[in-house]
Design a protein around this ligand. Structure first.
Ligand code: A3P
Length: 304
């Protein structure tokens, strides 16, 4: 089954999820050929949910003995250069890239739904960190992002916000349905919290210090008392904050993800609740009802 997205991308439905046609082959290559190591960390997200932030944080946590904050590669390169996506970067051009020599712990990112992850990720000791975000802010963020970047578009006349929102609610968007994407990782986390950490964008916004500690513990690199006393947690949180990253020259210019995306477009507002500037209370009500029915009984909730 195929469908055009609201902004003119060709989508294909496979096993209940909608994928950008152009990403389908790299995703299948990654599923078939990626061999996870036990020490790997996989950042999984629905797009526009805090991927860039989580990449910067996990990279900084894992490499804090290799680089001091003022030598961090994040000062010179966009987080998406430092932590690549399996499907948008590594398996984009190559069916089976050689990833053996990347220093451990290797960190990779993906937007794949949980059931689609490569078998080796499911089977070995690697860990998965997922970050979810409330659907209304995710939709607004995604809309801005897609209007700004031409990612495989075949039509030049994007649909208006009402039609786009309706398609979002029906799950017809890249990596959608949103609900099933979140739910899949939430269930996996509930079943095996040592394998899957489930974070929320809003929680990171509310208390970054406790979330950074939690991420470090989950990754197997808890902060020592000494490190905490030296202020390392604050330094990492500060370096990876929206304001800090957005103002770096490396994030103001250039492109990423095979030239498809402007680096600057990964940093728009970085706020919780920006949806109120674009969407109506009736739209919010529709999403509230959808969340109730889709997440029913699971304990998963996003405040809106
Ligand atoms: P907005 O469009 O609402 O501003 P992703 O990284 O998954 O593509 O998500 C992008 C969203 O995260 C954008 O949201 C972006 O501004 C926000 N973002 C990027 N870096 C961030 C950071 N360091 N802290 C908080 N939000 C960040």
């Amino acid at each position: 089954e195929q469908h055009m997205s609201w902004d003119g991308q060709r989508l294909v439905k496979y096993k209940g999820f909608w994928f950008l046609v152009m990403i389908f082959r790299p995703m299948l290559f990654a599923r078939k050929n990626f061999k996870a190591k036990d020490t790997d960390v996989i950042i999984s997200t629905m797009s526009k949910s805090g991927t860039t932030w989580l990449k910067a944080l996990t990279f900084s946590i894992a490499n804090r003995d290799r680089f001091t904050i003022d030598q961090s590669p994040l000062l010179a390169c966009n987080p998406h250069t430092v932590v690549p996506f399996l499907e948008y970067n590594l398996y984009w051009e190559q069916e089976n890239p050689d990833l053996e020599d990347i220093p451990c712990p290797r960190i990779f990112a993906t937007h794949m739904p949980f059931d689609f992850l490569p078998d080796s990720v499911h089977e070995n000791g690697s860990r998965i960190i997922y970050i979810g975000r409330n659907p209304l802010d995710q939709f607004v963020s995604q809309r801005h992002f897609l209007l700004e970047n031409k990612i495989g578009k075949e039509a030049d006349h994007p649909l208006g916000v009402d039609e786009a929102f309706d398609m979002f609610c029906r799950g017809i968007h890249s990596w959608g349905p949103f609900w099933e994407h979140m739910h899949g990782y939430w269930n996996a986390h509930s079943e095996n919290p040592r394998k899957v950490l489930f974070l929320k964008y809003e929680d990171l916004k509310e208390d970054i210090t406790s979330q950074v500690k939690k991420i470090a513990e989950f990754m197997g690199f808890p902060f020592s008392l000494e490190e905490a006393k030296q202020g390392l947690i604050d330094q990492i949180s500060g370096l990876c904050s929206f304001e800090s990253l957005r103002n770096l020259a490396a994030n103001k210019t250039g492109n990423n993800l095979n030239g498809l995306v402007k680096n600057s477009s990964f940093f728009r507002k970085g706020k919780v609740g920006d949806w109120t500037n674009y969407l109506t209370p009736a739209m919010a009500e529709r999403v509230r009802k959808l969340m109730e029915s889709k997440f029913e009984g699971s304990g998963l909730i996003f405040k809106i």
